[in-house]
Design a protein around this ligand. Structure first.
Ligand code: FES
Length: 196
């Protein structure tokens, strides 16, 4: 186990937070090997409803895969890729939002990536990734919208789980996918290769 701090640009002070983190027991996904604990900052409006300042989510780590080049991305650009498996449900989009985001990489911390299937009933979100206002959606089936600046949390709609975020790292000019934070729709375990 390792611990990553992927906090959003929003600071605890700016949120008015005074409480400390806790473990999200309901989200103990069946990730098997290669799991890591990821620290998330919660926005002020959620903590005003009883949520703590920070929560922890598990990330399944996989062999890193090169996705794109930092220098070739402009705000609003998207890059489709499969990760961690060559399987239809493991279809993802990287997007340069043009504003800092939770888990964002690059000079402006604005490059993020997410799975492209709605966590409600698997509605397709391809073509629904929008740099402005920084959301994926609305889902064409039941209108769920996910906030790409805040780790894919649900903004509105039927889904109750956030969009799985693909964790990224930058090495020189290269952007790599390194793991998946959240259970991919249709899987019971991210670590089990559905193509095997
Ligand atoms: S499948 Fe996306 S909101 Fe229902």
């Amino acid at each position: 186990m390792s611990e990553h701090d992927l906090t959003t640009p929003q600071t605890e002070e700016s949120c008015g937070a005074t409480d400390t983190g806790f473990q999200v027991s309901r989200r103990q996904f069946l990730f098997g090997t290669g799991a890591a604990i990821t620290l998330l900052s919660m926005p002020g409006w959620m903590r005003g409803r009883g949520m703590p300042a920070r929560v922890y989510a598990q990330t399944a780590e996989f062999e890193r895969k090169r996705i794109a080049s930092v220098s070739e991305l402009k705000t609003g650009d998207t890059v489709a890729f499969n990760y961690p498996w060559d399987h239809p449900n493991a279809a993802n989009f990287l997007i340069k939002l043009g504003k800092p985001a939770g888990g964002g990489v690059g000079p402006e911390n604005d490059i993020v990536a997410f799975n492209s299937f709605c966590t409600h009933q698997g509605g397709p979100l391809a073509g629904k990734f929008q740099a402005d206002p920084g959301v994926a959606g609305p889902c064409p089936l039941h209108w769920t919208t996910f906030d790409l600046t805040r780790h894919g949390m649900v903004v509105s709609g039927h889904a109750t789980l956030g969009l799985p975020q693909i964790t990224l790292e930058v090495d020189g000019d290269d952007i790599y996918a390194t793991g998946v934070m959240g259970l991919i729709f249709g899987y019971y375990d991210n670590s089990v290769d559905p193509t095997a």
